[in-house]
Design a protein around this ligand. Structure first.
Ligand SMILES: C[S@@+](CC[C@H](N)C(=O)[O-])C[C@H]1O[C@@H](n2cnc3c(N)ncnc32)[C@H](O)[C@@H]1O
Length: 210
């Protein structure tokens, strides 16, 4: 089995267990969903949300009237996402591997991945970021939301221990190396970085210079 197949095998099983309880911790991050959606200014934007899970970030985009495609590798997570679709939304969820998606170059005005990169091998995360670069238009926004290590060591330790209660086996690696390493590897330069929840979460906005 190669890294993609191994990850798919693990991911499907892991999120089968997580899907029924995943939205219980949504209250922690619901304010971030709106902040991310508000970063897209053009109301005609077409947005790609990779590793969309139960769809909360995609829904936040759709509520603002954007046209949205969410893609995820877990049928169980998508089952919950699909229940949230309203007829007024221009939104669809697709089952698939975000390392290779079925859209042409420069299809989307903006793309996002939220709380996805810490949940997969680094190699897979880099492939997904490259797909975001490929399918997002030149100068379009690429927005990444994920955990962040706070400067304060005590807060960092508490945040890490709490997240470890539910996080997958890939979380430790992501926290050790940090998002910066991923962005550097694919040559994405942050335009803006905000931290939230005492520095435990980050929203990083990049411009797709290609
Ligand atoms: C922690 S959840 C995040 C869900 C959602 N983006 C959010 O913000 O709540 C991580 C998601 O990444 C998805 N995922 C992992 N590897 C993937 C891949 N190669 N392609 C698409 N989705 C993937 C998982 O199925 C899971 O739904």
């Amino acid at each position: 089995m190669d890294v993609k197949e191994k990850h798919k095998w693990y991911n499907v099983r892991w999120f089968k267990r997580m899907a029924p309880v995943y939205d219980y911790i949504e209250f922690l991050v619901s304010s971030l969903r709106k902040k991310v959606a508000n970063k897209i200014k053009d109301k005609n934007s077409k947005i790609l949300d990779l590793a969309c899970g139960t769809g909360n970030q995609s829904i936040a985009f759709a509520k603002r009237g954007f046209s949205v495609v969410g893609i995820d590798l877990s049928p169980d997570m998508l089952r919950y996402a699909n229940k949230k679709i309203k007829s007024s939304y221009k939104l669809k969820f697709i089952y698939g591997d975000a390392t290779k998606i079925d859209y042409k170059n420069s299809t989307f005005d903006a793309s996002s991945i939220s709380f996805g990169l810490h949940d997969m091998p680094e190699e897979i995360g880099l492939m997904i970021l490259k797909e975001m670069i490929r399918t997002t238009k030149k100068n379009g926004q690429i927005i990444i939301v994920d955990y962040h290590k706070p400067r304060n060591k005590m807060i960092a330790w508490i945040g890490f221990r709490i997240a470890k209660l539910w996080e997958s086996k890939y979380y430790d690696h992501f926290m050790n190396v940090g998002l910066e390493r991923y962005l550097k590897a694919v040559n994405l330069k942050p335009l803006n970085k905000e931290t939230h929840l005492l520095g435990n979460m980050q929203i990083v906005e990049c411009k797709n210079i290609k």
